[in-house]
Write a protein that binds this ligand. Structure first.
Ligand SMILES: Cc1cc2nc3c(=O)[nH]c(=O)nc-3n(C[C@H](O)[C@H](O)[C@H](O)COP(=O)(O)O)c2cc1C
Length: 195
C-alpha cells in the first residue's frame, strides 16, 4: 500500500506526531510511506499569477508542472494519514496551505454537468490524528477534512483518532495517549483485514 503521511505538527516531541508514527509502526514496514512534514515544505499561499497558470494547466490536463507535485502524490496514494494538532478549533495553517495545493480540478476532483464534485483520488481511507489541550467539542478540523475527502475527493472512509484534555490541570497525558493508541490498534486491525 502507498501511504501518504502528512504531518502538520510543529514540536519535535509533538503528541500528535507520536500517535501518527505509532500508527505507521503498527501498519508494518511492508508499505511504501511518503512523508510530508509541512513545516519543512514552505508551501506559499496562492498568488494570482500562480493561480491563473495553475488553472490554465489544469483545464488542459497538463500536470507536468511542479505546481502539481503535492496533488499528484495525494491523488495516487492508497491511504492518507494526517497528523494535525487541534489549534484554534481546527488545525495549523500549514495544513490549509497544503489543502490549497492539492485541491486541483481534473486531478483530484472534477465536476459533473449538474455541478456535483466527483472524486478522482485512489485512496479509500483518510485517517486523521489529532490531540487537544482541552475538549474537542467544536470541531472544524476533522469535519472539514472529512467533508472535503468524501464530497470532493471520493475517499469513502474517514477515521479520527484523538486524545483530549492534554493541557488541563492534573492532565492524565499518558493515560489519554494510551487510550488513543488502543483505538489505533483496533483501527489498524480493521485496516489489515481489508488490505
Ligand atoms: C497555537 C495553538 C492553538 C491551540 N488551540 C487549541 C484549541 O483551540 N483548543 C484546545 O483544546 N487546545 C488548543 N491548543 C493546545 C493543543 O491542542 C495541544 O497542546 C495539543 O496536544 C498539541 O499537539 P502536539 O503535542 O502534537 O503539538 C492549542 C495549542 C497551540 C500551540
Amino acid at each position: 500500500m502507498n501511504i501518504l503521511y502528512v504531518d502538520a505538527s510543529l514540536y519535535e516531541d509533538s503528541r500528535t506526531k507520536g500517535l501518527a508514527e505509532y500508527m505507521l509502526s503498527k501498519l508494518g514496514n511492508e508499505h511504501n510511506v511518503k512523508k510530508i512534514k509541512l513545516t519543512e515544505e514552505n508551501i506559499p499561499p496562492l498568488d494570482i499569477e500562480t493561480l491563473i497558470r495553475r488553472t490554465n494547466l489544469a483545464d488542459e490536463m497538463n500536470f507536468d508542472d511542479p505546481v502539481f507535485y503535492y496533488a499528484k502524490d495525494y491523488t495516487n496514494a492508497d491511504m492518507i494519514l494526517i497528523a494535525a494538532p487541534f489549534w484554534d478549533l481546527s488545525f495549523p495553517a500549514v495544513l490549509k496551505l497544503y489543502i490549497e495545493a492539492i485541491n486541483i480540478p481534473n486531478l483530484v476532483f472534477k465536476y459533473d454537468e449538474e455541478g456535483n464534485a466527483i472524486g478522482l483520488c485512489q485512496a479509500d481511507r483518510i485517517v486523521y490524528i489529532t490531540t487537544a489541550g482541552g475538549k474537542i467539542d467544536n470541531e472544524y478540523g476533522y469535519e472539514y477534512i472529512k467533508t472535503l475527502a468524501k464530497k470532493y475527493h471520493g475517499i469513502k472512509h474517514c477515521d479520527k483518532i484523538q486524545a483530549e484534555n492534554l493541557d488541563i490541570i492534573n492532565a492524565k497525558v499518558e493515560e489519554e495517549l494510551a487510550k488513543a493508541r488502543k483505538k489505533i490498534d483496533n483501527l489498524v486491525e480493521n485496516i489489515k483485514k481489508n488490505i
